[in-house]
Design a protein around this ligand. Structure first.
Ligand code: SF4
Length: 297
């Protein structure tokens, strides 16, 4: 098991089972707290073959280099990071995606996860990734026609992607919550249970240049749905959209950059993918950029 020293105690984590144990009888001094965020998401590339209106990924072409990413992962791993999540854009479009995942799993103790739209998960790709991925997230923004109108891809193709993911690793379903998808949450949670997903991650829609944030009416419908939810699949919600929803945080003293950071496809470290502030990582390393960012936010 990997250990992390935090303001809440000593945190043990097994990337294979997903088991977390918090020894909260221990109160480590600040001087020994792990310096890395607990989780880091990394946009390997901005490139994507879909054009979702609510996509917040930057649209300029940028991708990270494999050796650069591995160097950052080793730094984060040594300083108590528990897991990384590759995203984008569509991370499977990065030319070295398989190699990066294999090396991340083989050369670090990090849990390796990625988020995908699911339409490129051929049996060959899944076979090459096996053994290197600890958790996968697939985006399911509505069912049938709703999905096809939101994502511009066939729902049948998504279902094939979900079938492939189920053979790769434990997985969760992500749903952007907006006025189209909120009324389909029951059906999406039923699908999640049927296909064996272990988590349903709610992502209340955030404003982009083409769409507005989830409005109050949808927000109240989401709150009502969460309050009456009796499904078996665990619910989670993005921090940026959690306001008004009942959440539980087992690590309440790990705040901001102690708990999470994002690296974009241009190699800039940010508090989140929505945050305007950032620190360029460059050759000096991710921990140096982290210090810089802590001084500015
Ligand atoms: S699939 Fe994801 S990265 Fe691609 S356009 Fe849609 S939201 Fe953006």
């Amino acid at each position: 098991m990997k250990s992390r020293i935090s303001p809440n105690g000593v945190h043990l984590f097994d990337r294979h089972s997903g088991l977390n144990i918090l020894l909260d009888e221990l109160c480590p001094e600040e001087a020994v707290w792990s310096m890395s965020p607990r989780q880091v998401s990394i946009a390997l590339t901005n490139v994507c073959d879909l054009h979702c209106a609510y996509c917040y990924a930057p649209k300029h072409k940028a991708s990270l280099h494999t050796d650069q990413v591995l160097g950052w992962l080793k730094e984060l791993d040594a300083e108590g990071c528990l897991g990384i999540g590759f995203g984008g854009g569509e991370p499977t479009l990065h030319p070295d995606f398989v190699d990066i995942c294999k090396r991340a799993a083989g050369e670090t103790q990090l849990a390796v996860t990625f988020t995908t739209h699911g339409h490129r998960l051929t049996p060959r790709l899944v076979e090459r990734l096996k053994g290197s991925i600890h958790f996968t997230r697939i985006s399911v923004d509505g069912l049938g026609r709703t999905y096809e109108e939101q994502r511009g891809k066939q729902f049948a193709s998504l279902l094939r992607g979900i079938e492939s993911i189920a053979t790769l690793s434990p997985f969760g379903i992500n749903v952007v919550v907006n006025k189209r998808t909120v009324s389909e949450l029951d059906a999406i949670s039923e699908l999640a249970q049927k296909v064996g997903a272990s988590e349903l991650l709610l992502l209340p829609q955030q404003a982009t240049t083409t769409v507005a944030s989830m409005d109050g009416v949808v927000g109240r419908a989401l709150q009502d749905w969460v309050s009456s939810y009796r499904g078996k699949v665990r619910l989670a919600v993005s921090e940026v959209g959690a306001s008004g929803l009942p959440t539980c945080d087992p690590l309440p003293d790990e705040r901001g950059l102690q708990s999470y950071a994002h690296i974009d496809a241009s190699g800039v470290l940010r508090e989140s993918s929505f945050s305007p502030d950032g620190a360029k990582i460059g050759d000096v390393g991710v921990l140096w950029a982290l210090k810089q960012l802590r001084n500015t936010v």
